[in-house]
Design a protein around this ligand. Structure first.
Ligand SMILES: [Zn+2]
Length: 312
């Protein structure tokens, strides 16, 4: 995985070709081109094809767009993902409103619809980024069907990158929610917390939404103090990771702690503790006793913690 480019949902392989999104002639040509591909999504689950050969991994189930013509004609939501280097267009289609497409129609028997989170680590590089793009867009469309200004029903435009209000003329654009996720450190110890509802023994970096009128550094400092009573004096950037549940961008940071005493504050954490580097290394290398573990590699938290522990 090309983690340096932004974690498992990063490293997008396509040219997003944004300049063509509102070119209706160009888009109409791509929608009818024989080589155009589409990723079907059903209730938030992407279509997945079985391995091409024994021992090979699975991959996202892009199929010919012409195969889903019935659903195109039914007006199922369709968004443009981009172009590959062979000039093929890639789309994604939300089939949630098309009946049980798992059992009926052209996709039945061909593959399966699976949870993207469980699947992401198995996919080839680039697939999770296309999945993140499609899922986040559909998550946004499915919850923004009405105009926030006048309440009228809105319609998808620009191949999925806008919703227009025919009543008052307002334009609505897909939103991304920035979330800071930070590892506060104090010398050779890092602050790990357990959110309510975490699986038994899982500890992670702290996280929270960035508020309006706030820098990332301020958001990091505020969240660490609110959640654990720790003040921070220096914040540095690590990397980001798209997280399409529903449409966030996780912004990984480090924060140098100015005090050590933990005071749980805003009711988000069940427990927080300072964990020394050696313990974290043991846990990541599988020598832990199971009483404490950190999120798996598909989460930016894993890399934030690992990168600090191993200093790489
Ligand atoms: Zn309106």
């Amino acid at each position: 995985m090309a983690l340096e480019n932004g974690g498992i949902f990063g490293s997008h392989p396509l040219d997003r070709a944004g300049i063509h999104r509102n070119n209706q002639d160009w888009m109409a040509q791509k929608l009818t081109a024989a080589e155009s591909l589409v990723l079907p999504i059903y209730h938030g689950r992407p279509f997945v094809l079985p391995p091409r050969a024994p021992g090979q991994g699975r991959e996202l189930g892009f199929v010919r767009l012409s195969m889903l013509e019935t659903y195109v004609n039914q007006g199922m939501p369709l968004v443009f993902l981009g172009m590959d280097d062979k000039d093929r267009a890639y789309f994604a289609m939300d089939l949630s409103g098309a009946g049980d497409v798992r059992r009926q129609g052209p996709l039945a028997e061909l593959g399966k619809f699976e949870d993207g989170r469980a699947l992401a680590m198995e996919l080839p590089d680039g697939d999770p980024a296309m999945l993140a793009q499609a899922l986040a867009l559909f998550n946004w469309h499915s919850t923004h069907g009405f105009c926030a200004k006048c309440g009228a029903q809105t319609v998808m435009a620009d191949a999925g990158y806008k919703r227009d209000c025919p009543s008052c003329g307002a334009e609505h654009f897909p939103r991304t929610d920035p979330v800071v996720i930070m590892l506060a450190t104090n010398g050779d110890k890092a602050l790990l917390g357990r959110g309510k509802g975490f699986p038994d023994g899982m500890f992670s970096a702290l996280a929270g939404f960035v508020e309006h009128g706030e820098t990332l550094e301020e958001a990091v400092a505020r969240e660490v103090e609110e959640e654990a009573g720790i003040k921070v004096r220096r914040v540095s950037y690590f990397q980001t990771q798209p997280w399409p549940y529903p449409y966030s961008l996780m912004i990984g940071c480090y924060a140098e702690a100015a005090n050590e005493e933990i005071v749980l504050g805003d009711d988000e954490l069940e427990e927080a503790r300072w964990v020394d580097r050696g313990t974290i290394i043991d846990v990541i290398e599988g020598r832990g006793d199971g009483s404490l573990w950190v999120p798996p590699p598909m989460a930016i938290a894993h890399h934030l913690i690992r990168n600090w522990a191993f200093g790489d």
